[in-house]
Structures are given as C-alpha cells and as structure tokens.
Design a protein around this ligand. Sequence first.
Ligand code: FAD
Length: 500
Amino acid sequence: MNESSIRQIVIVGGGTAGWMAAALLARALGERTRIHLIESDEIGTVGVGESTIPSIRRINTFLGLDENDLLRAVRGTIKLGIQFNGWLRPAASYLHAFGDIGLPLGLLPFHHYWLRSRHQDAAAPDLWAYSLNARAIDAHRFARMERVGDSPLAGLRYAYHLDAGLYARYLRQHAAAGVQRTEGKVVKVNLREADGFIESVQLERGGTIAGDFFIDCSGFRGLLIEEALKTGYEDWRHWLPCDRAVVAPSSRVEPLRPFTQADARPAGWQWRIPLQHRSGNGHVYCSGFMGDDEAAALLLGHIEGEALESPRLLRFTSGMRRRSWNRNCVALGLAAGFMEPLESTSIHLIQSGVQRLLDLFPERGFDPALAAEYNRQTRFEYERIRDFLVLHYHATERRDTPFWRHCADIALPGELQRKLELFRAGGRVVRDGDELFAEPAWLQVMLGQGVVPQGHHPLADTLPQAQLEAFLSHIRTLLGRAVAAMPGHAQFLTRHCAAA
Ligand code: FAD
C-alpha cells in the first residue's frame, strides 16, 4: 500500500450487485482497502434475478464457496439452458443449451459438417442431437462431469436457478468479515467543488460516510451515477421494446426442470424458473401493446401450481448508462444498465463489471485512461449482448399480434445485420473479440429463430461421405450413453443439495 492507494471504498446498495461487489472486492483487495456497504431495509431490493449463466460458477471458485452448500442455501436448481417456446411460430420450440455442440474436426467448426449432412438429407438428426446439454434437458437428467467418458467431448456446462434474495444474503455472510455494513438511507451525495468527484454520502438519520472510491449499486435510480453525477442513460427501447414485467412466485412444480422456460406471449414473453421451494414466474411485456391488468391476468392464467403472492409490477428501460465509470464512481447492476432478462445476463454483468474493475483498479489520482478503457469494454459487452437479444425478437415468423409485427420490423444494429448475412449465406458464425455468447449460442438461436444457412464451409465437403456419417453417428452414440448414465435432476438435488 502506498500513499496514492485507494483506502476506502463505499458501496451504496445491498442487492445482488452490492453484495457481489463487496464479497469479490473484499477477497481480491484484502485488508489493504476498507469496504463500507450501505443498504436500506426500507427501500429493499428488486428481488428478482433467478436465472443465471455458467460464468456464475467462477465466483464460487474465487470465493471458495462449496457448490452443494450454495445450492442448499439459495434453494437452487440446475440450469442447463433455456427453452424458447413460441418464438419462431406459436407452436415451435427450440433450446439454447449451454456447452459445446459436437466436436471440431481439423480447423473447421463442427456445425459445418452437420450442415453438410442436413443439406444432403433434410431428415438427418437436428443440431441438438449433438449437444450433451440439450439431450440432458430432454431427459431431465444431470451429473457433474468434466468430459464424456474418456472422449474429447466436454461434459455438461451448467448454471443455477436461485432465489435472488437468499443469494444476496449468502454472499453477505461470506463477505461479513471483510466488509463494514451500515443500514440506513442515503439522502444526499456530497461532491467536491473542485472537480465534482464524490466526497461522501449523507445518511437520513445523520452522519456522513466518506470514501476515495464509490460503487453505485443502488438499483435503477442510480443514486450516485445519475442523480448526483448526471451521467445520462442510453435508451434502447427501439431495439428492445419490452419495458415492464409482472412477477409472482408459485408453488413448486414437478418435475423440477433443469432449464428455464421462456414462452412467447402476445406482447412479450413469460419465464418459468423452477426452484426447490417454489417456482419463479414473470411476464415481460411492452406497455405500448398491453395494459398492466391484462399482463397480470395473462401471467396468472399461465402459472403452473398455485400463485403464492399477487403479481408485482416492475418498470424498466432496456439500455445502459452512458458511462459506467464517471469520476470516482463505478455503477454496477441495475444502476449501470439493464437489458430485459431473456438470456439471464444481469447477474453476469455485475460479475464481469467487478472483474473489469479489478483489472483496471485505480489509484487515488484516477488516471482517466482507466475509466475510458473500463467504459469501452463495458459498452462492447453490453452491445453484443443487446444484439443477441434483438435476434430473438427480430428473426420471427410471427405476425399474429401488433407486437410481433412491430418486432419483425425492428431496424437491426449494424453488427447484427452483418452476423445474420454471413450466417444465412454460408453458415459462418462470426463473433467479435471475447463477446459473451459463444458460437453454439448464436448457432442455436439463429437456427431456432428460422435463420437457415443456404450453404456450408467448402472444406466440410472434403471429408469422405462414409467418414462423415461415422463421425456424426459416433458423437450421437457417445452422448446418448453419457445421458443414460446420469441420475435425474431431482435425484441429484435430493442426494447432494436439498434444502432441509
Ligand atoms: P437492487 O436489487 O434494486 O438493489 C438496490 C440496493 O440499493 C438495495 O439494497 C437498496 O436498499 C439500496 N438503495 C437504494 N437507494 C438507497 C438509498 N437511498 N440509501 C441506501 N440504500 C439504497 N438478472 C439475472 O441475472 N437473471 C434473471 O433472471 C433476472 N431477471 C430479472 C427480471 C426482472 C423483471 C428484472 C427487473 C431484473 C432481473 N434481473 C435478472 C436483474 C437482477 O434482478 C438484478 O441485476 C440484480 O438483482 C441486481 O440488482 P441491484 O443489486 O443492482 O439492485
């Protein structure tokens, strides 16, 4: 620690973002930096955010959390992917399963060989026959496995469904030793006259808390980044028109599915998320095409099991803060931006924001180049996720309601347009740098949404026909055997991580 080191970080907000940031920063920075978290019981948290993506498991490794213990504490279940129902056409269904699909052969991605087989025979097995996750989803099975037997095929890749409130509490327990917590409402943010940097925050019951560096985890309002620093917000509703959700938990539903369901509705879509003690349900919709009462009634009419609470309304604007790092403040979670939860990316964005902050961690001089780089990387990550979400809405054959007709007419972001053209022509899945969603994700959603390539890579034609057939059938056999040997998802939970 030297004279210019950050000595005190103040985190405002104790939802998933606040406690995730606190736990990760405390572990990474150790005792050299004091971390003070302020949260308000009166204001509370959003309390939704139940579906995650596999990157969340890296937090366990970093914090030394035991996965069985975690799943027990958050009443969690396993998530192997998302089932999209009714997105292409009302009766059509497809999966975005996590994990690899097939195996690359030589330098060529697997799907070009698969495309060749489909171009030869339209009745050849579909892409999902080559995904271990998809096959485990169909069979409702799960096992932790690194590889498929002794083959080079990767094992299951998974995330969790979890109770967001319990997850924040669990992280808080783990962060407790390294974080000072204050319960109270921040009513004023004091800025330094000279440069507008944040000096301290003032509590309703009196007293101020000062810091060198502030992390805004105060939710949608962005108490520091927006209300105090006036950073500005980019509204993406012209690309992602849904702006409201009604949510209501319901009683536990059998069987416990190892996947999230996303069912298209007339003006949006509905999620179903299985937890050990209940199900999470929410109806995301566009207020320009449906009223709140109708949206709530539609949700209640499509809940499995018994609703445990009346529907709760949440308003949001998909988009992002113009700068997530402004002066000596970084916004994380809902304060930084929000994209509707179709691909469950918000908790991941908190995690990657903390990771980026650690990579670019400043000293008290606050080199502007660090903030600029943080903002550049954040924008890249948000925009690529946004494009992936827009794909689900735009590439649809649905024209049955004004909402779906509107979605089909959405003008695409340029990068997405380029991706679609390259895929349609020759099956090329192009990704930029280390954007979040990998090739198998783009592939499944493009095919699932009816974007079908006219050709495949010419190199796939160099493999002799008999070898192609043997290669494809060998993979299907190995995956089939692996899934047959797995226990059921519910059985796995009962054995390893059932809540008492
Ligand atoms: P919040 O939960 O709103 O927490 C804000 C905190 O700030 C609270 O502790 C509050 O008390 C405190 N605070 C606010 N003002 C003050 C003040 N003046 N003084 C003191 N404290 C204050 N994410 C996923 O990853 N997967 C999903 O499936 C998913 N589904 C979602 C569905 C919907 C409809 C919505 C809206 C979000 C969803 N999310 C999902 C996002 C997820 O809920 C959030 O990213 C996550 O909960 C983080 O929220 P947060 O901590 O930023 O904000």
